[in-house]
Design a protein around this ligand. Structure first.
Ligand SMILES: NC(=O)c1ccc[n+]([C@@H]2O[C@H](COP(=O)([O-])OP(=O)(O)OC[C@H]3O[C@@H](n4cnc5c(N)ncnc54)[C@H](OP(=O)(O)O)[C@@H]3O)[C@@H](O)[C@H]2O)c1
Length: 290
C-alpha cells in the first residue's frame, strides 16, 4: 500500500504515519502548516491539488478537520467549509486519480440517546459536528466507488496534552478541582494508537463502506472519573451527578457508544484503558502528580 496521510501532524495523523511506516508501507505526509511531503490548506479552495500527486499512491487517509465538536457548534459556517465543502472537493480529486479514500467520521452521526449503534442504524445527528460528518459520509458513499468511512469515538492519547474526556478529567483532578461526573453519560474512550492497526486490518481485507472503530468497553463518566481519581488518591474530588443536573450539559449526548462487532471480526483487539493508564498518567500528569 502507498498511503497519503492528510493532517499528518494531528493526534490521529501522527499515529497513522508511525504505524504504516513501521509496517513497511510507503507513506506520504500532507500538512497545512508543518513540514511535510505536500502542503494543503483546507481553509482554501482545493482546486486541482490532487492532480500533482504521485501516481503510485493507492490510499489516502483524511485525518484533517477541526477535531473539536465545540468549535463546530460555535462556528458552523467556517468549520463546514473546511470539514465538508473543501474536503468533498479533495475527495473528488482523489477519486478521479483512482485513490481509495479513508475518512474519519464520528459516533455523533447518531442521535446519541440509546447507544450500541450498528453501522446500518438510522443516523440523526443532534450536533453540528455530527451533521458535518454525516454530510461528508453521504457524499462519499453516493459516489459508489471503493472507500472506507471509519466512525470514531473519544480518542485519547498518551502524549500531553490530551484533550479527550480522559485528559480533561485528569487535568481537573490534578488541579484539585471537584469533578461533577454524570452516571448517565456513556463514553467509549479509545486509544488513538489502536485506530491505525484496526483500519489496516480492514484495508487488508478489502473492506469498503462504513465501519465502527472504537473500544468495545464503555464507561459512565462517573466510573471513568472514579477510576482516574482512585489512581491519584483523589476519589473525594469526584461528585456523582446526572446530565440533567449538570449545568451547561444540555448539548451533551448521553450515549454515543457503537456496536463494533464488524471490526472485531477482523481479529483486532483494542487496548484496555487500564492497560494504558500508567502511560497516560506519566505523559499527561507526571509533573503535577509528583
Ligand atoms: N479525536 C476524536 O475523539 C475524534 C472523534 C471522532 C472523529 N474524529 C475525527 O478524526 C479526525 C482526526 O482527529 P484528531 O483528533 O486527530 O484531530 P486533530 O488532532 O485536531 O488533527 C486534525 C488535523 O487536521 C489538520 N488541519 C487542521 N486545519 C487544517 C486546514 N486548514 N487545512 C488542512 N488540514 C488542517 C491538522 O493537521 P496538519 O497540521 O498536519 O495539517 C490537524 O492537526 C478528524 O477528522 C476528527 O474530526 C476525531
Amino acid at each position: 500500500m502507498s498511503l497519503l496521510v492528510i493532517g499528518a501532524n494531528g493526534r490521529l495523523g501522527r499515529q497513522v504515519v508511525t504505524h504504516f511506516e513501521a509496517a513497511g508501507h510507503q507513506v506520504w505526509r500532507t500538512s497545512h502548516r508543518e513540514p511535510a511531503d505536500f502542503h494543503l490548506d483546507l481553509a482554501e479552495p482545493v482546486g486541482r491539488w490532487a492532480t500533482a500527486l504521485p501516481s503510485c499512491i493507492t490510499h489516502a487517509w483524511v485525518c484533517s478537520g477541526t477535531g473539536q465538536p465545540e468549535v463546530c457548534h460555535r462556528e458552523p459556517q467556517s468549520t463546514r467549509l473546511l470539514n465538508v465543502d473543501h474536503t468533498v472537493d479533495l475527495l473528488g480529486g482523489l477519486l478521479d486519480r483512482g485513490i481509495k479514500p479513508i475518512i474519519c467520521s464520528t459516533a455523533e452521526v447518531f442521535a446519541g440517546r440509546r447507544g450500541s449503534y450498528r453501522e446500518d442504524d438510522q443516523t440523526g445527528p443532534g450536533t453540528e459536528f455530527g451533521r458535518q460528518k454525516k454530510d461528508l459520509e453521504t457524499w462519499l458513499l453516493a459516489q459508489g466507488r471503493p472507500c472506507l468511512v471509519v466512525r470514531l469515538t473519544q480518542l485519547y492519547t498518551t502524549d500531553a496534552p490530551d484533550t479527550s474526556p480522559v485528559g480533561a478529567l485528569l487535568a481537573s483532578l490534578l488541579a484539585g478541582e471537584t469533578v461533577a461526573a454524570a452516571d448517565d453519560e456513556v463514553l467509549c474512550p479509545t486509544f488513538v494508537g489502536d485506530i491505525p492497526g484496526a483500519v489496516e486490518r480492514l484495508t487488508r481485507a478489502g473492506a469498503n463502506g462504513v465501519y465502527h472503530v472504537a473500544n468495545p468497553t464503555t464507561w459512565t463518566a462517573y466510573a471513568l472519573a472514579l477510576l482516574l481519581a482512585n489512581r491519584l488518591g483523589r476519589a473525594r474530588l469526584v461528585e456523582r451527578t446526572s446530565l440533567r443536573e449538570q449545568l451547561g450539559a444540555g448539548h451533551r449526548l448521553p450515549n454515543t457508544s457503537l456496536d463494533v462487532r464488524r471490526v472485531l471480526a477482523t481479529g483486532f483487539r483494542f487496548s484496555a484503558l487500564e492497560e494504558r493508564l500508567p502511560a497516560i498518567l506519566e505523559a499527561n500528569c507526571a509533573p503535577a502528580a509528583a
